[in-house]
Write a protein that binds this ligand. Structure first.
Ligand code: FAD
Length: 591
């Protein structure tokens, strides 16, 4: 399949819904609409012509390990060289270290394109950006001076080494040890598994950020520290670490996933001793946002594949009689069920794109808005939205990829069409960076119960105002009324969850996945209503792009009529409570 960035829809969301140029002005960033559009066009060319063509082979070929060295699939090295040379790597990096300091609202669309073109290729650079963030916030001036510039440029890569065989979700269980040395450095010993980009041939040096325990560390998560452990030491010699094995996995085969052994490797503390998890948490929002974009990118790729096929594949006649009478059968896009699948893909994908850019705006404001109050408000909003973005978008990625397979019929199951690869590649996004179950728990426990529902209520208030505006004129009364009702239902449901969890802590885990899904469907409904309002206004204003705006109105209607009802099922399931989950003894699940 040929991926082409959905530039028109990206411009719709960035400019027409969220005024990215105004946002940049507010943050004091010199980036006008034309410049951003130019960047997106160039990004579309790079991702469509350079990265996307590598994706299929990367799946077939995978990564190879020989003599401790990892070889990435054919073409990755050259594409990565171009990625660095053209400044794509440094897009979001801090300007003090050679980065371009672009806001997330501007970079998110490029990152979505990269995820869609090749998730495997993107993983190497995505992890580096996360490591830059952690180092920039928590590293000592000496470490920042020595490591940030080549990491920001992409000349060196970064990794995040958290997971161990016995410590995945529960990092309190990790065992890797750090032994202090007289010169202030540390010797790191232990084994990490599942480390993305732990070894690769794209960059000369790889900077590992490793969680480990100091000898006198308290037990549990309060005894974890973060260390910078480079593959090549400042003098150029190899550090005592290496890739012991590559994992054989379901998808993203072009991304190396490594067992990393640290055998007394030299490292330096990042941040305070025993504060490693807190250091990691400060970058969590950004990392989870990026994984959300992975789901979105995959969904877009699957939608494009499904749509192209549905327009070409000839099978059966339309229920109302032949549409393409001169051909042996009609294209399958005439069939209502095929349209159901395509419109589900479109409504979910474009809906997530709106929520992505709305969330990117909050992340930017959290870091750079003028005034503490504005920054703190945006931080609370971003914190509420991030688990939804991570979990819902990646669930959407998997659903839309599966619909892609379904649209191709049996051919979807065959490798050459690319749909089954998207489904395999996207499956990991629901698992790493905190499984989606853990995201849901985070939403309920830390975000909702954390403030008793205050931030969620603020968000509902803001969205309700927009709904009022939509209901005031034009042809969107009925949709606006339905969305308004859902928003109040969301508020009431949140109140119920807060209360239920106070009586029974099991409720937190029992309701969380359904509460997250319910929240996401209602949020998307509110955004689709805004999109419909904008489309209606453009058509009323005589826009020449009638096809584009009418399609927006149709998709909004479809979302409201055919997707939003899913929220009801999640609400009902949630109200079923914890008892029906917890009453059955573990020994009695099967006999
Ligand atoms: C391809 C790939 C790349 C990865 N890249 C990296 C990387 O670069 N760096 C890194 O450090 N790690 C990485 N990981 C590891 C990944 O983040 C973990 O696999 C993930 O966090 C889950 O941990 P686990 O596999 O040990 O599952 P477990 O923690 O054992 O979880 C098993 C199941 O139990 C559930 N569960 C666990 N605890 C709870 C709870 N308290 N409440 C409810 N449910 C719970 C989980 O949701 C899950 O369904 C990668 C993994 C893969 C497969």
């Amino acid at each position: 399949m040929n991926y082409q960035a959905p530039l028109r829809d990206m411009r719709f969301v960035l400019h027409e819904l969220f005024d990215v140029a105004g946002h940049c002005r507010q943050l004091g960033i010199d980036l006008d609409r034309d410049t951003l559009d130019g960047i997106l066009e160039e990004a579309a060319r790079f991702t469509g012509e350079v990265v996307a063509p590598l994706n299929r082979n990367s799946d077939e070929q995978g990564c190879q390990l020989a003599g401790g060295e990892v070889t990435t699939p054919d073409g990755f090295r050259d594409a990565y060289r171009q990625y660095v040379a053209h400044g794509w790597a440094s897009m979001t990096g801090p300007q003090a270290y050679g980065g371009q300091g672009l806001p997330q609202m501007a970079s998110a669309s490029f990152h979505e394109m990269l995820m869609a073109a090749s998730l495997s290729f993107r993983i190497y650079s995505g992890l580096t950006e996360g490591a830059v963030l952690a180092l920039h916030r928590h590293g000592s001036p000496a470490l920042q001076q020595a490591y940030l510039a080549p990491m920001v440029s992409g000349e060196w890569a970064g990794t995040m080494c958290l997971t161990e065989p016995q410590a995945g979700t529960d990092l309190a269980l990790l065992r890797t040890r750090a032994q202090p040395q007289v010169d202030g450095s540390y010797r790191i010993t232990g084994s990490k598994i599942f480390i993305s980009g732990g070894e690769q041939d794209l960059t000369d040096n790889i900077i590992h950020l490793v969680l480990a325990r100091l000898p006198d560390a308290p037990a549990g998560v309060r005894g974890i520290s973060l260390f910078l452990v480079p593959k090549l030491l400042p003098g150029g010699e190899r550090n005592a670490l290496g890739c012991g094995a590559l994992e054989h996995k379901m998808g993203i085969k072009g991304a190396s996933t490594c067992v990393m052994n640290f055998d007394g490797a030299l490292g330096w503390l990042v941040g305070e001793a025993n504060q490693g998890l807190a250091c990691m948490f400060t970058m969590m929002n950004d990392a989870r946002f990026q994984v959300g974009l992975q789901g979105l990118g995959i969904a877009e790729a699957a939608f494009q594949g499904g749509l192209a096929y549905a327009r070409e594949r000839l099978q059966s006649r339309a229920l109302t009689g032949p549409v393409a009478a001169d051909r042996p059968a009609d294209p399958i896009i005439v069939h209502p069920d095929v349209r159901r699948m395509l419109l589900t893909q479109k409504a979910l994908t474009e809906g997530c794109r709106m929520l992505a850019i709305y969330t990117a705006r909050q992340l930017d404001l959290e870091h750079a808005a003028a005034g503490d109050q504005a920054r703190q408000g945006a931080a609370r909003r971003a914190a509420l939205l991030i688990p939804i973005v991570k979990a819902f978008f990646t669930d959407v990625g998997q659903e839309v990829a599966s619909l892609g397979v379904q649209l191709y019929g049996g051919h979807g199951y065959i490798r050459e069409w690319g749909m089954e690869q998207l489904m395999r590649d996207s499956r990991i996004t629901q698992l790493y960076e905190g499984t989606n179950g853990i995201q849901a728990l985070d939403l309920v426990r830390r975000k909702l119960l954390g403030d008793g529902g205050a931030e969620l209520n603020l968000l509902v208030d803001e969205l309700a105002l927009q709904v009022e505006a939509a209901g005031a004129g034009g042809g969107l009364h009925a949709m606006a009324a339905a969305v308004g009702q859902r928003l109040e239902e969301w508020r009431a449901l949140a109140g119920h969850v807060v209360e239920a969890c106070q009586h029974d802590p099991q409720e937190m885990g029992a309701v969380s996945v359904d509460f997250l899904a319910y929240s996401a469907y209602v949020l998307l409904a509110a955004l689709w209503l805004q999109a419909a309002m904008r489309a209606e206004a453009a058509l009323a204003g005589g826009s020449a792009e009638t096809g584009f705006y009418r399609a927006k109105l149709h998709a909004a209607q479809f979302y409201w009529r055919r997707v939003l009802p899913r929220a009801t099922a999640h609400r009902e399931a949630l109200l079923g409570g914890a008892d029906c989950l917890m009453a059955l003894p573990a020994s009695d699940f099967a006999f």
